[in-house]
Write a protein that binds this ligand. Structure first.
Ligand code: PLP
Length: 382
């Protein structure tokens, strides 16, 4: 039969057929009325998903581009910025903030750990901006964002959050938690192909941006905010992706955000139960916070790159390895977005088969029943 592929990475994630169908439609112009109606609806649906009254700015860029918009609009060279990192993406933001000439204070936690609100509050004193990561996709840790954001705000800093892999998967209460800037991307829980970067901006963040001297043009927030207010994109947007995001947001809101959060918790439980039943060790937390990605320590003697290549080439199953200091030590199973129980069981079956082929000692046949039971337990409790 023709090759069948399974995408179980924490981004890009599988795209539902209802969204794929939109991508095949004939081209339309972004200044025409049919696009403007969709644009307006997408901007308003994004506010629902973000749970905010703030504007959500839409950029044709990956999540990193949207994040760069935050750094470009908020950095006054020489002014102190705090970056709190506990994995690869925090490291990326530290590099970016330094590149823009901020006086970088980098609070580095060990990979796999989460930061402490008290320490964040202490270090945020005197910082103009505090950058936090909600879901650190490189480790599988989802931080308890509300107290971290509260501590940074209390210290007087604007709070910028990387919610690229968390928005739509786990609760992100932009307004309730006082998050000034929340950055996300289309290709994770929002079930759309890569290419759209999203940024919610509070009044305070816009005011700070108006006062900073850093040069920017494409990513200038005010240019995009003013254009969006007239339902007129400032530059040619990725029209098919905006149409696709509209279809995906419709699906997400029809399921309901709370139902989607519960589903992600259940998927996380099922994945962890299956992994542990195989006798493998988790590197991500063994609790319901780990609802985005499950990170697994590679068994002794397994070459992670060769194992993942084998899964992809022989079984059509795409998982992903570790990043940064966890490269070669772990592999990751994403369970965000258009993902159900049988995606988990397929991923687990592939992991078992691939590890046996790699010569590892794993408990055979135990992971699927464990995953099914954990999922059922989670669904009946939620
Ligand atoms: N932040 C997190 C937590 C991510 O998972 C990713 C995804 O790769 C990014 C940032 C970067 O986003 P992108 O690859 O869309 O630039």
């Amino acid at each position: 039969m023709p090759e069948k592929r399974y995408l179980f990475t924490p981004g890009p994630t599988p795209v539902p057929p209802q969204v794929l169908e939109v991508l095949a439609r004939p081209a339309i112009h972004h200044r025409g009325p049919d696009f403007v109606a969709v644009y307006e609806r997408v901007l308003s649906r994004l506010k629902e998903v973000y749970r905010t009254e703030n504007d959500v700015l839409l950029f044709t860029a990956s999540g990193t581009g949207a994040f760069e918009s935050a750094v470009a609009n908020l950095t006054e060279p020489g002014e102190r910025s705090l970056v709190v990192s506990y994995g690869n993406f925090g490291e990326r933001w530290a590099g970016m903030v330094a590149a823009y000439g901020a006086d970088l204070d980098h609070l580095r936690c060990d990979w796999g750990d989460a930061p402490e609100p008290d320490e964040v509050g202490r270090r945020a004193r005197g910082a103009a901006v505090c950058y936090l990561v909600h879901s650190e996709t490189s480790t599988g840790v989802v931080s308890d964002l509300a107290p971290l954001a509260a501590a940074a705000k209390e210290a007087g800093a604007l709070v910028v959050v990387d919610a690229v892999s968390s928005l739509g998967a786990v609760p992100c209460e932009t307004d309730e938690w006082g998050l000034d800037v929340v950055v996300s991307g289309s290709q994770k829980a929002l079930m759309t192909p890569p290419g759209l970067g999203l940024v919610s901006v509070s009044e305070a963040a816009l005011a700070k941006a108006a006062a900073t001297s850093t040069a920017r043009y494409y990513f200038d927030w005010e240019r995009t905010r003013a254009a969006q207010a007239k339902r007129d994109a400032p530059f040619t947007p990725a029209v098919p992706l905006v149409l696709a995001l509209d279809a995906a947001l419709e699906l997400i809101l029809a399921e309901g955000l709370e139902a989607a959060f519960d589903r992600h918790v259940a998927l996380g439980r099922a994945t962890r139960a299956g992994i542990k039943a195989m006798g493998l060790e988790l590197a991500s937390p063994d609790d319901d916070s780990a609802a985005v990605v499950t990170t697994v320590r590679a068994p002794e003697g397994v070459d992670v790159a060769a194992f993942l290549r084998d899964l992809r080439d022989r079984l059509g199953v795409q998982l992903i390895g570790g990043q940064g200091e966890w490269r070669g030590k772990v592999f990751r199973i994403g369970h965000i977005g258009y993902f159900d129980l049988f995606d988990v069981t397929t991923a687990l079956a592939a992991v078992e088969d691939g590890l046996v082929a790699a010569g590892a000692e794993v408990e055979r046949g135990a992971s699927i029943p464990a995953a099914l039971a954990a999922y059922e337990g989670a669904r009946t409790r939620t």
